[in-house]
Every structure is written in structure tokens, then in C-alpha cells.
Design a protein around this ligand. Sequence first.
Ligand code: FAD
Length: 547
Amino acid sequence: VDKDPPAFRLEELMKQTIKNPPMGDAVVYWMRMEDLRIHDNRAFSQASAQAIRDGIPLVAMFILSPQDYVAHDRSARRIDFTLRNLRAIRDKLASLHIPLYVDSHTPRTTLPSHILGLLSQWNVSHLFANIEYEVDELRRDIKVCELAKKGGRVRCTFVHDRCVIPPGIVKTKEGRGYTVFSPFFRAWAPHLADKPDPLACAPTPEPNAKLIHDHKTFGELFHRTIPDSVEGFELTTEDAEQMKICWKEGEDAARELLHRFLYTKSRPSQLGAVDPLSDGSKVAEKNPKDSRVGKYNTARDRVDADTTSRLSPYLSAGIISARECIRETMELSNAKAKKVDVSRETGIGRWVQEVAWRDFYNHVLAFFPRVSMGRPFQEKFADVQWETNEGHLQAWKDGKTGVPIVDAGMRQANTMGWMHNRVRMVTAMYLVKDLMLDWRLGEKYFMETLIDGDLASNNGGWQWSASTGVDPVPYFRIFNPYNQSHKADPTGEYIRYFVPELAKVRGDDVHNPPAKLAEKLGYPTPYVKHNEARERAIKRYKNPGQA
Ligand code: FAD
């Protein structure tokens, strides 16, 4: 599958669908789970331009596909977030007289023919969508192209939109995708100055004529409801409320969060499941030095403060474009020179690099689709012998391993649907190298729990931690969770907040409570000794296949 990656086959196939289809009654923009926005959305924008050219209405369509959500271990939180955002989009689209048709379809194997059926029923001449780089989704879109080619009435246009620089543009001399981040980034950054401008904002869709409300087919689409939930992905009322507080839906919330990161100072009170937008730190003067982004290079690994953007749920769901994030950052860094700061030494430069990591893992997915098929990127580690221990796995999931920083991280994920990057690395490495459990179990649990679960970044992060992926941490460099805890949470506030059993523990004990104290507080003692576990992991990685 890596020899002929479907991401690039799709581009070829769509060119083969009919060039000038007969004039239809509508143009359709097919919105997916990763592009839940109106602003700066390339496929939506191109669909609108086509509808204007043809003088016909534009219809937005979203098809819920529960079987895909099961296949991708989607969290109920992510599905609920999707539905909340769809409602927000529908209300905004109504003011542009653009209907949003939301429906559900199973089985997923018949989705392409279902889509073509709808297009035929509506007499659609053009279908536009942004490309999803996941293999199943690419194969689905390839099928859509094939059916459209056969039918000869619909032109399909699939557009690169998810990344700042699309896969296929940044390549090695041999024409392959990069597998190491640093050279990737060195090759990626100069493309920001390409012509046409890769950061250019896609024009917002034009309104349909009001007459569409009276149209016999499209008029009724305005009155359709969006379901409250998807069967099998329901949230408890309490969790749904919590998610609404932590992660407001809508493009305005995403933009506000971006501005909060770019223009305001970090506040230590913002650790837990609270609304980050109500922290009272008003958007200040454009003074990047003091703001969260200004201090990002030095403060980003501190988990006891609120130093990162928290934009991942919005970037994963495409509620804000990565382009917009870089554009705004660029204005802040060097508006006149129109050049973005990519230095590792500055807050802005470091943040741009993190956004580039997101591009990197999407490029890896496009070039090496096997990473998403349960295989290690480095095949030599396919036979590493894992432990089987349900009890240890459950304790890790519940945040009850007896290692405070690991438990705090897991409980943050369980309550907020989000975890700080440093703790994602620590918890992941603890599962794999200390408990010696298969990294795929952790990858799955993160997807099922996080609101920002994203196949490319999650798989990339897990394979990095497990030393099996592209540009991984070497297998013998194993985090000591206690040292990590001191570095990332020097005040201990993060642990005290998320592990209430330790809320009253002062000093260093909070990072590694003595057994007697732990017992008194009803806190577990660790299942493994780190040094012994470390030796075991090194041995297993050195000799794959041997226990
Ligand atoms: P910021 O520090 O403000 O960074 C800005 C944006 O850059 C992020 O929102 C994200 O889109 C991107 N980014 C930052 N770091 C990374 C990275 N290492 N890899 C890819 N993109 C990055 N990120 C997800 O979005 N979804 C996931 O499912 C996910 N799973 C992960 C699993 C593991 C084991 C690890 C180690 C990392 C994972 N990450 C994932 C990456 C990273 O932890 C989160 O993107 C980050 O913590 C989100 O917080 P933020 O928005 O405040 O990030």
C-alpha cells in the first residue's frame, strides 16, 4: 500500500471524472469531520465559486457514518463535538441561505453509491470535498470518483486543505516523503513563501439567492434536524456538560482561543476542567513577548500552568484552519517582512514548528499509509514481546498506577478529553516501556477518550513513544517518570489538582509518595520498579521475538 499511496491516486482519478458535466440544479460541498468550518475552507470556497459561475444553488452535505467511527475508535466526545459544531454551522449557513443536509448512513461500504444516489436525486453537476488522508476515507473517495466517472454527470473535485503545506509538495531528493522531522521542517518552512501563497485565505462562500427556500427539493433541507447523538456514541449528561464548558463549539470560540494564546499571559489557575475563555485575561495589546506564544519555547513543557494553545480539538476537527493559525502568528512575528519566524529559539518559531509536526504526521500518513494499519513503521520492532496484563492496563486507563504524573495525566484525559503534550509522552512511554504493554492498546484508548483524537498525530505520538515510528525516540532512551514529573510539574500543582488523594502532600513526596504515606492516603503503590522495567524494555527491544 505504501508503493501506490491512495492519497496521490485520488488526485489522478478525480482528473478523470467528466470535465464539463451537463448543467445541473446544484453544486454540493461534502463536509467531513475534519473541516467543520465556513471560513477559509478551500473545498467550500471552490464549490461556492462554481455555483456562482453556473448560477445554481450551493448545498452543504454531511453524512454521519457510525461504522467508520467504530473502525477509527472515535470517542463519543469527538462525535458529540462534531454534532455541536454542525448545529453552529447550520445556523450560520442559514444566514447565507445555504442548506446543510445532515444524514446518517450504514453500512460504510455502500456510502459511495449512497452519495452518488443523492447527487443524482438532486441533479448535481459538481461535488467538492477536502481530502482526508486516512486510507479508508481515501478508498471511499476513490470509489466515489470511479462511480462518478461511470455515471458521467458529476465532476468530483477533492482539495488539499488540512495541512499548511499539502502532502506531495515537501519531498526528499528521491521524491519520497520525509521520515525525520528536522529535514522535513527545513524543507517545509521555505514553502511558506511559495507562489501562489499557500497561506492565502480561501474566500468565504457567497450566499445563495433567497429563492432557494421555495425550491421543491432544497427548500425542505433547511427544516431537517441534526440528531442529538449517534447510537453507540452517547455521552452521559454530566460528561456532555463538562465538554461544553471545556470546549465550546464554533469558529468564534476557536478564534478566541487562538487570540488568547497569541496575546494573553498564562494563568496558573487554568489547570482543570474549566472554560479557558472565561479566565479574565483580556486580549491584551499585541505584545508577543509577554504572551503565551512569546514564552512558548521555555514554558511549553510546564504542565502546572496553562501555557499551550489548547487548539488541538479545533485543529483536529478543522474548526479553524492551520493556515489561519500560521497567518495570525506571522502577523505578530514580522508583519512587514511577510516572513514567518521558524527559529527554535523563540516562542513563535517553536509554536510554528509544533504546527508543522501536525503537517509532518499527515504527510507520513499520506506517503506511508501502513502506519495507520496497526503496523509499526519500523518493521524490525513488529515482534517485540509485550506483556498481557488486563489489571495493569485498566490501572493505567483509570489513572491508578501509583505513579502520580502518569495518573494525573490519565485523569486529565478522562475528565477533560484532552491532555498536555508532555504528559501524553510520559503516560505513553510508561505504558509501553514500564508496563511493557502493546502501544496499540494505548493508541486505541487515547482515540476513544480524547476530544482531539486524530489518527495521524495520535499514531505519530504513540509510535514516537514506542520507538517504532518515523523519527522516534531511540528505544534505550526511556523517560524516568519521576524526573519528568519534577521537570514538568515543579510546583506539584498539576498532580495535586488531578489526583485529589495527593492534594495535601507537600514537597517532593507528591512526585513519588513513600509507600506508607501512599497507603495512608488510599493511593496505590506502583506495579513496577522503574529501573527494573527499563532493563526489561531494553532487552525486549534489543531482541524482538524473545521474552
Ligand atoms: P500546542 O502546543 O499549542 O500546539 C499547537 C498545535 O500544533 C496543536 O494543537 C496540534 O495541532 C499541533 N501539534 C503540537 N504538537 C504536536 C505533535 N507532537 N504532533 C502533532 N501535532 C502537534 N495531537 C492531536 O491533535 N490529536 C491526537 O490524537 C494526539 N495524540 C497524541 C498522542 C501522543 C502519545 C502524543 C505524544 C502526542 C499526541 N498529540 C495529538 C500531539 C500533541 O500532544 C497535541 O497536539 C497537543 O498536546 C495539543 O495541545 P495544544 O493544542 O495546546 O498544542
